[in-house]
Design a binder for this molecule. Structure first.
Ligand code: UD1
Length: 336
């Protein structure tokens, strides 16, 4: 099977390409390199011994997508290409909606034209807004998103539901990621945020490696076990494997629209993560308690039962694996 991976050189996309190649899929990538480096292509080759076919370009470019679908005989698409910085999305809503929604519309139009109707879409637990309870099930209420990034994911989910309603020959898996962290064990690919990281794990790793001075823990007065925010951190390699399982489901079934939480089902606090990181890497993480970050919620973790039952997938890697691999990646790529 030949899979088009949009945004395939990015953080989650690149790890998914590795797993696809390992499973024997042919991989075609389109990426505009807005938040990825072309050398990731070579890293993927180094890890798997296999090549991907790479198209440099923007998904808004209908002619390019038309060319790819015409030339490559694609069987299914995994759509990762999107902007994902929550804070930036508040400053640049038009750019976020354009990039995260218009590109999907162009993609769907081209998929329809070329009769490719299998799609795995990269969504986020952010669509649950401030959850009424934890753990969160797929059937729980969505909405109440607090930023354009989250709202763009919610809108695309709705577009996909409407599309499926209009033509149920489509086969769609919407995957709602919790908090992906870590890196490939090789240290060759991982998360490389532009500038100062906004997310917890890349920030911790850079404090540990002395690139940044001190982590601010955003609030210690939440109604959680130690007062700091609780999240469902998932190793990016486990997450990548979830995409393979979702694809297998789309191959197996007649057609349908399926939604899955991809998380571990375990909630760790910010202090848990700092402690695990220090212990496994034998390194000190300087931190101070700071004000709550606006828009943050106390607790967010998944009920991953549905993915286990229907996809035969569950996260296997531990919080220690996540901390070890995140740090390994930072140390290996420090001067790049
Ligand atoms: C955010 C987004 C989510 C996105 C994810 C990417 C929202 C509400 N959340 O999740 O959609 O998929 O990023 O991984 O839109 N923290 C600190 N200090 C820091 C950074 C973070 O204490 O310097 C704390 C936060 O307050 C939070 C936890 O660490 O309790 C995790 O934060 P972060 O990594 O930014 O992820 P989320 O906000 O959960």
């Amino acid at each position: 099977m030949k899979i088009l991976v949009t945004g395939g050189l990015g953080y989650i996309g690149s790890h998914t390409c590795v797993e696809l190649l390992k499973e024997g899929y042919e991989v075609v990538v389109i990426d505009n390199l807005s938040n990825a480096k072309e050398e990731v292509k070579d890293k993927i080759k180094e890890i798997t011994g296999k090549n991907i076919k790479f198209y440099l370009g923007d998904m808004i470019d209908e002619n390019l997508l038309d060319k790819i679908f015409t030339e490559e005989k694609i069987d299914a698409v995994i759509d990762f290409a999107a902007y994902k910085a929550v804070g930036e999305s508040v400053q640049k809503p038009v750019e976020y909606y354009t990039n995260n929604i218009s590109t999907v519309l162009v993609l769907l139009k081209e998929m329809k034209k070329h009769n490719v109707k299998k799609l795995v879409f990269s969504s986020s637990a952010t669509v649950y807004g401030n959850p009424e309870h934890v753990p969160i099930k797929e059937t729980d209420k969505t909405g109440g998103t607090t930023n354009p990034y989250g709202t763009s994911k919610l809108f695309v989910e709705q577009i996909l539901k409407d599309l499926y309603k209009s033509d149920n020959a489509w086969d769609i898996a919407i995957l709602r990621y919790f908090n992906p962290i870590g890196a490939h064990q090789s240290g060759l690919i991982g998360e490389e945020p532009n500038g100062i990281p906004a997310n917890l794990m890349p920030y911790i790793a850079k404090v540990a490696s002395k690139e940044l001075e001190c982590l601010s823990v955003f609030g210690n007065d939440y109604p959680t076990k130690d007062g700091t925010g609780v999240r469902d951190y998932i190793h990016v390699v486990d997450l990548a494997k979830g995409h393979i399982k979702a694809l297998e489901k789309l191959e197996r079934e007649q057609a349908g629209l399926y939604i899955y939480n991809l998380g571990t089902g375990i909630g760790y606090s910010v202090l848990d993560i700092i402690n695990a990181f220090e212990k496994v890497n034998q390194v000190k993480v300087n931190y101070k308690i700071a004000e709550r970050r606006p828009g943050d919620i106390a607790e967010c973790y998944s009920d991953p039962t549905k993915a286990k039952q229907e996809l035969g997938w569950e996260a296997k890697l531990t919080i220690e694996d996540m901390c070890k691999d995140a740090y390994n990646f930072i140390l290996k790529n420090k001067n790049n």
